[in-house]
Design a protein around this ligand. Structure first.
Ligand code: NHW
Ligand code: EN5
Length: 388
């Protein structure tokens, strides 16, 4: 059934019932001298290209490949439209490896036709902090699909990750592969219901009129929690402390230090937004919330070309109830003109989704680890990891 995935060190469907297999690496590292030294062969018309994302022309080519060929919903109405600034942020975290930004181009035209990337991360599984690659942006041009190029890209990124003496990876996908550690549901909170209905993202509920729907999703003009403000550079240490303490509760979560928090959570216009609650009395930082910006192209609509979506990222509440904190996140997203606020049912998100009028989407997100077994998997609420 899975000619490629059957050959890889991932949980195999046939082992699902075997409870004797231990948690942890599926196969041991091999000596670096045994890691294949040269790139895997590509069909003759193509060549590998290690991408320099500081090169604006190359970044524009990557942007365009993804904007035209990356992930769509099941009815092909929307396609993710990651911005160039977002791609640079996502692919150049602290200590990134340029060799893990892997393009394939046509030898003759030099056109970029496929891509895969990894970035380094420390991810904790139970009490084991593991150096991993987070794999993302696997894309093959629509005209080159179903020619078994994806396995070549995956083998090549695996080789380059191994060359850094890293033997595990984390990734998500909308498709089922062997074998998810957990399966999450997307939830959506309308901010601009009229536009969402116009583009076919959502529908008018039964017995609902447009004006009742607009009223249902109305939000206050400004955040309600006293001391709610944007995160700044001076907050990195406090946010890191909050986040580390919080993520320790989950079975699988990133192990963030201050350097990571500065990169992944310090606000960047139209890329990532972070807010916190600073107690007006003690000036202590007690709560934190964040979202990233990922628009989708609207395919085949006469009135609109893009949907502006915010995706819930990491949120921590110690004093402000999580529901109130997320309501403030919705308010600032609305003020910034987002059309929809999306969230997965990870961490404690279940506790606010229904109350804040999120509705379940038609998409799922499966989480995977490469060369690391988690017996029986985990529940979405045990997962403390959000990938972009
Ligand atoms: S998920 C988003 C993936 N991208 C898209 O969906 C964009 C639109 N689609 C495409 O570009 C986030 C193509 O359809 C792709 C497949 C390129 C998806 N993950 O070339 P063939 C990520 O980026 C398997 C993994 O003929 P294609 C995460 C499929 O099961 N495998 O197909 C990426 C089959 O194998 P099987 C996927 O349609 C994680 C084989 O590919 C997959 O022309 C990568 C068919 O290949 C997917 N999303 O191209 C793994 N989709 O065994 C990282 C299909 O079933 C692993 N396949 O026969 C870790 C590596 C690092 C380890 C380090 C130690
Ligand atoms: C790697 N980082 O299917 C990610 N999105 O629900 C790769 N549906 O937007 C894998 N089909 O339900 C990504 N509206 C996998 C996800 C791929 C994209 C995807 C889904 C997630 C989505 C929307 C639009 C559906 C259009 C038709 C959806 C309903 C919203 C409604 C709002 C009001 C309350 C009820 C729900």
């Amino acid at each position: 059934r899975h000619k490629f995935w059957e050959t890889q060190p991932v949980g195999q469907f046939r082992d699902a019932a075997d409870t004797s297999l231990p948690d942890g690496p599926i196969e041991p590292p091999t000596p670096l001298s045994e890691v294949r030294a040269d790139p895997y062969p590509l069909p003759a018309a193509f060549e590998w290209l290690t991408c320099d994302l500081d090169d604006d022309a190359l970044l524009a080519d990557l942007y365009s490949l993804l904007a035209h060929n990356y992930v769509e919903d099941d009815e092909n109405m929307f396609r993710f439209n990651y911005s160039p600034a977002f791609l640079r942020w996502a692919l150049k975290p602290p200590s990134f490896f340029r060799a893990w930004h892997i393009g394939v181009r046509a030898k003759e035209s030099k056109k970029l036709v496929a891509f895969i990337s990894g970035v380094p991360a420390r991810i904790r599984a139970r009490d084991d902090v593991v150096r991993m690659a987070e794999i993302n942006f696997l894309c093959v041009h629509k005209k080159l699909r179903s020619k078994r190029l994806a396995p070549v890209l995956i083998r090549e990124v695996t080789r380059r990750v191994h060359q850094e003496n890293i033997w595990q990876a984390a990734y998500t996908a909308g498709v089922v592969l062997p074998t998810p550690i957990t399966t999450c549901r997307y939830w959506h909170r309308s901010l601009n219901p009229k536009k969402l209905i116009d583009v076919g993202f959502s529908r008018l509920g039964p017995r609902m009129t447009m004006s009742r729907t607009v009223r249902l999703y109305k939000l206050p003009d400004a955040p309600l929690t006293p001391g709610f403000r944007r995160m700044e550079l001076r907050d990195v240490a406090a946010v890191t402390r909050l986040l580390r303490a919080y993520l320790a509760r989950f079975v699988v979560a990133p192990d963030f230090d201050e350097v990571d928090v500065e990169h992944w959570l310090l606000p960047q216009e139209d890329v990532v937004d972070s807010y916190l609650v600073e107690s007006p009395e003690t000036h202590e930082v007690t709560d934190f919330c964040s979202f990233y910006t990922l628009p989708s192209s609207v395919l085949n609509n006469a009135n609109y070309a893009t949907l502006k979506a915010a995706y819930s990222y990491y949120n921590v509440s110690t004093k402000t109830p999580l529901q109130q904190l997320m309501n403030d996140a919705l308010i600032v997203a609305k003020q910034k003109n987002y059309d929809v606020f999306n969230a997965l049912d990870v961490m404690e998100n279940e506790s606010f989704l229904k109350e804040l009028k999120f509705g379940p989407g038609d998409g799922q997100l499966h989480y995977y680890l490469y060369n690391y077994r988690i017996r029986n998997g985990i529940k979405p609420s045990e997962l403390g990891l959000v990938l972009l």
